[in-house]
Design a protein around this ligand. Sequence first.
Ligand code: ATP
Ligand code: MG
Length: 351
Amino acid sequence: MAEQHTGIGISIRNLYKIFGSNPSAHIEAVKGGMSKTELNEKHSHVLGLKDINIDMPGGGIQVVMGLSGSGKSTLIRHINRLIDPTAGEVIVGDEDVVKMNEAELREFRRHKTAMVFQKFALLPHRTVLENTVYGLEIQGLPRAEQEREARRWISRVGLDGFEDNYPNQLSGGMQQRVGLARALTNDAPILLMDEAFSALDPLIRMDMQTVLLDLQSEIRKTIVFITHDLDEALRLGDRIAILRDGEVVQQGSKQEIVLRPADEYISNFVREVNRGRVISVEMVMSEFAGEPGGMPIRTGTVLEQAARTMTDAGVDEAHVVDADGKPLGRLKIGDVISAMVTPVDHDSVAA
Ligand SMILES: Nc1ncnc2c1ncn2[C@@H]1O[C@H](COP(=O)(O)OP(=O)(O)OP(=O)(O)O)[C@@H](O)[C@H]1O
Ligand SMILES: [Mg+2]
């Protein structure tokens, strides 16, 4: 079995992208604060990305969310340099992708990154197996090895028995499983997924999210996942960055985003969220007034679960403990319940 890579972090630093005939002529103005609208109206250039700084955790899922046109695809395409920036750095591991020459870039794309596309992008005249080996074929691996890896991942995404089918014989969900198997067969440490599940029906989409999370708990790749769907972002993201008009308007853990939306744009996104399933107990615990009272509840337990556990046990106080059982704080049922229901006024809790 091929060794699985883990933990290559990605650090986007001061990244700018201006589209147009002479982007570098406008970079100073944009750095000086010229707006997307002004750049467009006065100079007929499009501000794609403005001063993006994101540290994406190695081995975690970084979600990038935003409305259509906010710059999500532009951003993810900088990571394997399908798009060249106007300014800035894209540090992967300890290398700046922006500085790579053509040969280095080819190697990087082949061995370090794999992409999963919204439209699946399967080759129609190739079977599932032939589609899945594609990346290893390009890498020039021996055929037997290509097939062994491909069959393993085809099986892992739940497509046993479909190896010899053609894409048009498969449903959309199954085609995207092939897309995922193909990407995983490459054994690249970085997986780039641009709206990979957005074309799927809601139930199939949930299935695919589950498949991805199950696999990820084992493969621990660095996944960059683009979506405009908040439920998907909250389900998948270890970290979430929200883009608007080419700028990061907020980034953090899902809890930070739900508890403290930075502005109206994000409040609108998070208004309908079931907070009890997102926020965990350490976010609402308070300091101990005396000895830790009540039952222990592990960090990471979401409020809904904590409320149920405490109610079932008939207690109105518990204490939060870490993985080693060390008490961290006091948990009052009233605080749990009010955090589950209180809509957040972003002005009063601005971070
Ligand atoms: N090649 C290009 N030339 C000019 N403008 C571009 C180009 N590519 C993207 N843009 C513009 O850059 C901005 C960001 O586009 P991008 O495709 O990254 O958005 P997105 O968030 O992926 O949107 P969607 O959800 O619709 O996929 C938009 O204003 C878009 O019109
Ligand atoms: Mg896009």
